[in-house]
Design a protein around this ligand. Structure first.
Ligand code: G6P
Ligand code: MN
Ligand code: MN
Length: 417
């Protein structure tokens, strides 16, 4: 089995390599190929990855390359984890929306649109090359914004699925609270990427979310930074990203008064790369746990194992709606539990989505449709319309101001400008 990681020079990659090393029985990897334009990073991350595999006694070879084609030869799965423009572009996305009183975040609102515009053309180009070289290969996307990027891939007919770590995070969390194994917990996780609610946590067919809320709501509220009373009254656990909606103005005030996440991440990355350069380091450092991607390697590798047929299973993924949420178009991309095997992903049946969540999901789906249109076809008017449709923007003057700033800050990354 051969797996390619595009954006393999990411500081996150040792997490994935560690997962490959530990999950040998689930996913028998012979070769892991890291693809990245940054040779220096490839050398550091690749070298460290080889030491991790050796330490775990895993026989896989780890190779690195700056060009995509050699990585695609006979590849079974391609994991996408790239970041167009790097943390510098992210720092912009997190800053200029604040000038208009809007949240600055790398996936939500105007900053997320900027990231989508930069990313979609690059990912589509890679996917075309994957299709040409390895038509059978699965593309697993965790490049953000995952909902829009996955929608772009599926619209072009690629064999792709989108993934985020929010669901596996809750699964682990609830399992620990209930004193059961993570695989025993089945989430009723519903919505769009970074716009989801946990409506139930079933163990042996019994919903134990009420028990989780009764015993641990304060702890969850601390983490998600939303009121405990909200979760108790609704009987659901929203993802952390709902804070950008339910507490938008408070978040803006906080962001205006603090350094950006991009700055913190850049600092963590500098420290991590220095550690990776130390040849005595053979296990992933604790500092890596300060990135937001906890458990992402497990989620990615378990999903890949199901797609490649070595271990079919149920995973929360991003896939075409196709009637699962009847109030959305078929080509919308939703994030829900799905049964996954060699034939692909099939969403499980879900209870109807309550109006309190369905309205927001429908609005953001409209935004994602327009965002993809803007990413593929370019043009100021399309960017403006996507922003106008976004429930966190919605006003003409605001959308105009955000459009101007988005275009001004992304000139070097948008070929149509
Ligand atoms: C979580 C989200 C990802 C996001 C990451 C950010 O893992 O699910 O979509 O990319 O957080 O983490 P960072 O350390 O870059 O802030
Ligand atoms: Mn995510
Ligand atoms: Mn319930």
């Amino acid at each position: 089995m051969r797996i390619a990681v595009v954006g393999g020079g990411s500081t996150y990659t040792p997490e994935l390599v560690d997962g490959v090393g530990r999950m040998r029985d689930v996913l028998p990897v012979d070769e892991l190929v890291l693809v990245d334009p940054d040779e220096h990073r490839l050398e550091l991350v690749g070298g460290f990855g080889r030491r991790i595999l050796a330490e775990l006694g895993h026989p896989a070879t780890l190779t690195t390359t700056t060009s995509l084609e050699p990585a695609l030869d006979g590849v079974d799965a391609v994991l996408l984890q790239l970041r167009v423009g790097g943390q510098a572009a992210r720092a912009q996305d997190e800053t200029w929306p604040l000038e208009c009183g809007c949240v600055g975040q790398e996936t939500t609102g105007a900053g997320g649109l900027a990231k989508a515009l930069r990313t979609v053309p690059v990912v589509l180009d890679i996917a075309e090359r994957v299709r040409a070289a390895a038509p059978e290969a699965w593309i697993v996307d965790f490049t953000n914004p995952v909902g829009i990027v996955t929608r772009a891939l599926l619209a072009e007919g690629h064999q792709a699925v989108g993934l985020c770590n929010v669901a596996i995070g809750f699964q682990r969390r609830f399992a620990a609270m209930l004193g059961v194994g993570p695989d025993e917990v089945e989430l009723d996780h519903v919505g769009l990427n970074h716009l989801t609610w946990e409506r139930a946590a079933r163990v042996d067919g019994v919903d134990r979310l009420p028990e989780v809320l009764a015993d641990h709501v304060a702890e969850l509220a601390d983490d998600i930074e939303l009121p405990a009373s909200l979760m108790t009254s609704l009987g659901v656990v929203p993802s952390y990203y709902l804070r950008y909606y339910y507490a938008h103005d408070e978040v803006v005030r906080e962001l205006l008064a603090s350094p950006s996440r991009a700055e913190r991440v850049a600092q963590i990355e500098r420290e991590l790369l220095a550690m990776y350069a130390d040849t005595s380091l053979v296990t992933k450092p604790a500092l890596l746990g300060e990135r937001g991607g906890a458990y992402y390697s497990e989620a990615a590798l378990q999903l890949t194992a199901s797609l490649l047929g070595t271990r079919p299973g149920r995973h929360v993924v991003n896939l075409r709606n196709d009637g699962t949420l009847p109030f959305l178009p078929d080509d919308a991309v939703i994030e829900v539990p799905a049964d996954v095997d060699h034939d692909g992903v099939r969403a499980v049946d879900l209870a109807p989505l309550e109006p309190l969540y369905a309205g927001l999901v429908a609005a953001v789906t409209g935004y994602e449709h327009l965002a993809l249109d803007a990413a593929v076809h370019g043009g100021r008017q399309r960017v403006f319309e996507a922003l106008l449709a976004h429930p966190l923007v919605g006003q003409v003057e605001l959308a105009e101001g955000l459009t101007d700033r988005l275009l001004a800050h992304n000139r070097e990354h948008l070929p149509w400008l």
